[in-house]
Ligand binder design. Structure first.
Ligand code: GZL
Ligand code: ZN
Length: 339
């Protein structure tokens, strides 16, 4: 009898233990109020980038990737459009298909976005624009924009040019300008060009000898400037709408035996102020580097966190920028910069 009681109680005991163990295992994965602990939900962001045409663009991409990282709470889906708008439209439609939480667009040009942004709006996906701006029929098609005041950049450049020409005592002499433009229809191209056109209009002696479409790339600018110089036309200034095109122009000028610098044959005005351009400026080949800040990642991340918290962010956020000329620059200043 006793043996039987012993066995029965042993069975009861082991059933009890296994029940307690099961309960413990089951509750282990649960929070206080017995709700399954959710995996930390990542914020899914689709980012359509213009391409990788310039040092500036690479720095912009690096800034976005490091800010929209998993440890910062994001799942980033990145698309490089290789400088073709149709690839950006495709990327945005893919992001809508994947039902991302946010779309970030660095638009190659200002026009052509109404339809695809209407589709994003109908899908309930907020769109943040970075860098260049978009011209849309309804500003509600995007939530916020972060970027540069490109007109102010251009005005900084022409004000510096006027001051330098005055110092050289040649303000009322003819000034022959070679204008190398960025991608047609990009806000940076439109507004940097407007600043130059306004300055030429107010300085009778200034003329634009030729406008070259350099697409923001070194290779294209080199080709166009080399062919221009072969015509034998004389110039005093190159107004180059980004540093990579300036690098191409410098290569073509030096091949043609033309010196670059403020007191040399040709003065070069350049935009972006990436590290290699600052080096060329310190060495005197570029006369002024007008800064264009590519580090939009942290601003975009904080915009998204504001939206996540139900706040309404500013519609437009301009980044801070300055300019550099040889006198201001030093090796240590250049080494401290992030791009
Ligand atoms: C400016 C940006 C331009 C840079 C170029 O914010 O759109 O595009 O000036 C880049 O270097 O290619
Ligand atoms: Zn539970």
């Amino acid at each position: 009898m006793c043996k039987r009681i012993l066995t029965a109680s042993r069975i009861l005991y082991s059933v009890l233990i296994s029940l307690i163990l099961c309960a413990a295992l089951f509750t282990a994965g649960c929070g206080q109020n017995n709700v399954p602990v959710q995996e930390e939900k990542l914020i899914r962001v689709g980012f359509s980038q213009v391409g990788s045409e310039s040092d500036w663009r690479m720095a912009n991409t690096a800034s976005m990737i490091s800010a929209l990282s998993e440890e910062n709470g994001f799942e980033l889906i990145f698309d490089n459009a290789k400088q073709r708008q149709e690839n950006q439209l495709l990327a945005i439609r893919n992001f809508i298909q994947q039902d991302v939480d946010y779309i970030v667009l660095a638009p190659i040009a200002e026009s052509g976005w109404d339809d695809v942004l209407q589709e994003a709006k109908e899908a309930g996906i907020p769109v943040i624009i970075v860098d260049r701006q978009i011209a849309v029929s309804d500003d509600d098609l995007y939530t916020s924009w972060v970027g540069s005041n490109f007109l102010a950049e251009g005005q900084r450049a022409v004000r510096w040019l006027e001051g330098t020409i005055r110092q050289q005592g040649r303000l009322n002499q003819p000034l022959r300008i070679l204008h190398i433009q960025g991608t047609d229809g990009a806000t940076a191209q439109i507004q940097r060009t407007k600043a130059l056109d306004d300055a030429v209009r107010t300085h009778p002696g200034w003329t634009i000898v030729s406008r070259l479409k350099g697409e923001y790339t070194e290779a294209k600018a080199y080709e166009l400037v080399r062919d221009f110089l072969a015509t034998g036309q004389q110039i005093d200034v190159i107004y180059s709408e980004n540093d990579n095109m300036s690098f191409g122009a410098i290569r073509a000028l030096e091949e043609a035996g033309i010196s670059c610098g403020t007191d040399k044959d040709v003065m070069i005005i350049s935009f972006d102020a990436v590290r290699d351009a600052l080096r060329q400026c310190l060495e005197g080949r570029i006369s002024i580097c007008v800064e264009c800040n590519p580090l939009h990642g942290p601003r975009v991340a904080s915009l998204i966190m504001q939206l996540e918290a139900g706040e309404i962010p500013a519609k437009l956020t301009y980044v801070d920028e300055t300019f550099f000329s040889p006198g201001i620059l030093s090796e240590e200043l250049i080494n401290e910069r992030e791009y």
